[in-house]
Design a protein around this ligand. Structure first.
Ligand SMILES: [Zn+2]
Length: 64
């Protein structure tokens, strides 16, 4: 499955993200979700969450 916005391949975690209000699958990668709306309520599968899916900046050790 690919992101509807940028065509990146979704992780299992991203592919199972749903809009908590409508219950519909979002079908977008984390970066696009965060870029398009800052306050979208999501239903997430924490058991599928990996290092790749952690929030922006957490793994960014580049201080330049
Ligand atoms: Zn995307």
């Amino acid at each position: 499955m690919r992101c509807l916005a940028c065509d990146a391949i979704l992780t299992d975690y991203e592919a199972t993200l749903r809009d908590a209000t409508s219950g519909d699958y979002v079908n977008e990668c984390i970066e696009c979700i965060q870029g398009s709306t800052g306050n979208l309520a999501l239903q997430e599968r924490l058991d599928l969450k990996t290092v790749h899916d952690l929030g922006l900046g957490i793994l960014d050790f580049d201080t330049d």
